[in-house]
Ligand binder design. Sequence first.
Ligand code: SAH
Length: 387
Amino acid sequence: MNAHDEHAVYESPAREAAGTNLLGLSRTALERYFEARGERPFRAVQVLKWIHQQRIARFAAMTNLSKDLRARLEAEASVTPPEIVAVHESVDGTIKWLVRVAPDNCVEMVFIPDTPRGTLCISSQVGCALNCTFCATARQGFNRNLGSAEIIGQLWLARSMLESSSERSRTITNIVLMGMGEPLLNFDNVVEALELMLDDNAHGFARRRVTLSTAGVVPKIDALRQRCPVSLAVSLHAPNDRLRDELVPLNKHYPIRDLLAACRRYVAGDPREKVTFEYVMLAGVNDSRQHALELAALLADVPSKVNLIPFNPFPSSGYRRSPEHVIDAFRDVLLSRGIMTITRKTRGGDIDAACGQLAGVVQPRSQRMRARRAGRLAPAGAERLQS
Ligand code: SAH
């Protein structure tokens, strides 16, 4: 972290939610919460609106609730978002926040302005257990799943910070679950947070403007379709199992054939739907013309678009980014086979906010991870937490 990218630092002690944290409860869960307390279920919608639309965290200010109910909620519940520890702003306008979710664990969240769009990238786990070889988050190890309040809390905080200040009025138009973690391995909490993103009484995002990215947890792709069919992105990165087994070890459990079958099921029935396939461009590893031809053949019968992601380097990754002309040639092969393909712009590289660079501050739980990390530089933001 360079001192000059630091925009502001919020100093406040880590907070513990007092009583039930209502921030992470979907409408159904809130209805159950009020019913269990002898209240009418419509209270849920009232409270949802206060929390998510007005971003009011104090029950005393929720004036359409009875005085008794307000007092009871003050005593028994809270609206507690996670805590922002540091903010970094890139020269290109990208903003990265370090979000504390436990005294010694932080995740990262990124806002990418691209007028008229503004995309918020949020995290779903503290660290990640998947060990994709080219991803900085994998090096951090895995600590735990985020709760639904910690996931929706990122959007809640970002909207509060971006949309309420007149100096920096920036609107979040799209949300991507492409931060730290594998969202489909934290299924229930992620779905509850997604429900709040989509609920008209909460954040009211259109389904297509919310994208969940997965390394390919096949059974959960089907479950997501049942529960909350937001846009699906799949981190493919290789056109055959031999190479994908190496880059994305999860492939050994769910090989490409099964993954693509789940993708076809995901979009079946709606001719406008497509799955986005992410493909990180690693020089000399997966970026040849032969790989492009193989990929085109693989995706020929899947409604798809491809996002080529120039590899974003991090210390001792062992990989290099493919040169621009190689990425262009790869894209042209796919385009010539009728596959919609774009190269993702690298944003926020100067503040380590680009794809695959999010590291947060993770205390890994296994010895193996601890040992692995002991050899590495302290992650961005670690010095803050020690102060
Ligand atoms: N676990 C989920 C969510 C993470 S999304 C998933 O795998 O999809 C983060 C995206 O950035 C994924 O497509 C990931 O493969 C990609 N990525 C990871 N490391 C990267 C790097 N160093 N450079 C570019 N993209 C990377």
